[in-house]
Design a protein around this ligand. Structure first.
Ligand code: HEC
Length: 150
């Protein structure tokens, strides 16, 4: 079943997320958190919303649909573990959304949502050792996409 494949993907993420300890990483060291938000672009460049939408759907990148309903009707499966992201761009600021993607555990310590821009997570797939799930510009692209969801 299509569902179980997605569920397995979601579970994998959840496990990687839950076992993460707050290890220092080169990437996070360059990120300035201000009142639980990240006001500045990680790359100094603006994000590309179209590329962000693709990365959000991609199961090897954001895989956001594993856990969230989003306004992407062309994709069949939308998970319900996390909140519906319709209109998220009207409810949250760029700085808040960037924090959520970089490391949602700063916002809620026991969240299932993976930290997309943090290294030092335990028991990740070999491919991810020492790497972040998303590159800095991919985070910016997804933030830019989320901001279009008004
Ligand atoms: C393994 C499941 C999972 C995945 C994958 C996931 N999230 Fe989440 N997300 C959650 C959960 C659960 C919450 C609820 C907040 C909490 O847990 O504290 C959440 C919260 C959020 C919020 C805050 C929503 C609100 O209304 O407050 C945003 C924005 C968000 N996620 C965006 C994303 C994006 C974009 C992606 C893909 C890059 C993603 N999430 C991937 C589980 C997930």
């Amino acid at each position: 079943m299509k569902h179980s494949k997605f569920l397995a993907a979601a579970m994998g993420f959840a496990i990687a997320g839950t076992l993460a300890v707050s290890a220092q990483s080169a990437d996070m060291a360059n990120v300035t958190i201000v009142n639980g938000t990240i006001p500045k672009s990680l790359t100094g460049k603006a994000g590309d919303p179209a590329a962000g939408k693709k990365a959000a759907i991609n199961q090897k990148k954001g895989n956001c649909l594993a856990c969230h309903v989003m306004p992407i009707p062309e994709e069949q499966f939308h998970g319900k573990t996390g909140p519906d992201l319709h209109g998220i761009g009207s409810r949250q600021t760029e700085a808040e959304l960037r924090m959520r993607l970089v490391d949602p555990k700063v916002i809620s310590a026991d969240t299932m949502m993976p930290s997309f821009f943090k290294t030092g997570q335990h028991r990740v797939l070999k491919d991810f050792e020492g790497k972040t799930i998303l590159e800095a510009q991919e985070v910016e692209n997804i933030v830019a996409y989320l901001l279009t969801l008004k």
